[in-house]
Design a protein around this ligand. Structure first.
Ligand SMILES: Cc1ncc(COP(=O)(O)O)c(C=O)c1O
Length: 389
């Protein structure tokens, strides 16, 4: 049996979403065309927009379709930054965190290098929790220089969940737009955009059982963002490009089911996740759950195994038929510590000792049995191999 436990990277297409996709695959008509075919495609898009708005707690006019999370983050960050700087050239500071996804980190770093932005990294503690008090103190002194704040709702590696509405209400007190990358959170924990005080929020289809290649950015009504993609003026002028009507419909179906089944799934998967955590605590008492006792996603278990290479453990588990992830990149054969763990204060060597096990809607108890059976041999093999970074 091959066991897939890397749902945070991408989760399998839900059968219902696949059916919607297949039902419309031969759809003819560009949703921007005024004739009957175009109108049919447009109806599909608008129906998907309405369903996604409901799923995320937004208004339909606040949903902008994108190609996925990376594009949503880029559009939100660059678009908010440019719009704010155009209104007030003194606003060049972007506040973000070192544990963000690269779609965020690389966007803010590009704005720093190419556009004169100044990045202020919010302190993150050992469990991956953002420092709200620090942000309050910083804003009291410096709010007039801040263009935007971008902080993720849940971390895709550690699974830690931050209290994003608390950060967003602080940002709102100072009239600073705040964006949140909710790619890892949406469909896993409750997200309600309307009362959140956020100005923008990113989510994507393939993390909830929709197709790869479509996502959405939620932009609150009245928030100004500058377009990144120019062309036909689609998506209220924010994101030009012919819309993927079929992908949008399948995305909406996957999102709808994810939200309808969220509580039951969280309950079922957190029991399985807790089994993994308890087994690892016995097998490797020196191992740490990276988020410690901070709130976390119900379907994520991310461990640091000191002295043991995350790559070796991943490889040995994969040989035993169990696919997990380590979150760190291997460049030119040299293990690199995960930037998320380094951002949480781990050393480079410990940051290269991580393994992330993520469960999804299709995960079964038998799959977790198989993981827990394979783990002891894989762990002792990986430990013997040692660790050099
Ligand atoms: C937190 C987070 N943000 C952004 C992305 C990028 O999303 P996409 O793959 O849809 O471009 C990912 C994907 O892994 C993610 O986990």
């Amino acid at each position: 049996m091959r066991v897939y436990l890397d749902h945070a990277a991408t989760t399998p297409l839900r059968p219902e979403a696949k059916q919607v996709y297949l039902d419309h695959l031969e759809l003819v008509g560009n949703p921007s065309a005024v004739h009957g075919f175009g109108q049919g495609a447009r109806r599909l898009v608008e129906d998907a927009r309405e369903k996604l708005a409901q799923a995320v707690g937004a208004h339909r006019s606040e949903i902008i379709f994108t190609s996925g999370g990376t594009e949503g983050d880029n559009l939100a960050i660059k678009g908010l930054y440019w719009a704010r700087r155009d209104q007030d050239s003194a606003r060049t500071v972007i506040i973000s965190a070192a544990t963000e996804h690269h779609a965020v980190i690389d966007s803010v770093e590009w704005l720093e290098k190419a556009q004169g932005a100044e990045i202020v990294w919010l302190p993150v503690d050992r469990n991956g929790v953002f420092d709200l008090n620090w942000l309050r103190d910083y804003l009291v002194e410096n709010h007039h220089r801040v263009a935007l704040i971008t902080l993720m709702w849940a971390n895709n590696e550690s699974g830690v969940v931050n209290d994003i509405p608390a950060f967003a209400s602080l940002a709102a007190e100072f009239e600073i737009p705040m964006h949140s990358d909710a790619v890892a959170a949406f469909g896993h924990i409750p997200i309600d955009f309307a009362p959140s005080n956020l100005s923008a929020l990113t989510f994507t289809a393939h993390k909830v059982g929709g197709p790869v290649g479509i996502g959405a950015l939620v932009v609150r009504r009245g928030t100004k963002i500058t377009a990144v993609n120019h062309g036909g003026g689609h998506e209220f002028g924010y994101r030009s490009g012919t819309l993927d009507a079929v992908g949008a419909a399948a995305f909406a179906k996957a999102a709808e089911i994810s939200i309808a089944t969220l509580d039951a799934k969280a309950q079922r998967l957190s029991v399985l996740r807790d089994r993994i955590v308890a087994t690892v605590a016995q097998l490797a008492p020196e191992a740490e759950l990276s988020r410690g006792d901070a709130p976390g996603l119900p379907d994520n278990a991310h461990f640091v195994f000191p002295g043991c290479s995350g790559d070796s453990l991943l490889f040995l588990l994969d040989r035993a038929g169990i696919s997990v992830s380590n979150g760190s990149a291997c460049q030119a054969g040299v293990a690199q510590g995960s930037h998320v763990l380094i951002g949480m204060g781990y050393s480079n060597i410990d940051a290269a000792s991580a393994v992330r096990i993520t469960l999804g809607y299709s995960t079964t108890e038998a799959e977790i049995d198989a993981l827990l059976e394979a783990l002891p041999a894989a762990y002792s093999g990986a430990k013997k191999a040692g660790l050099t970074v």
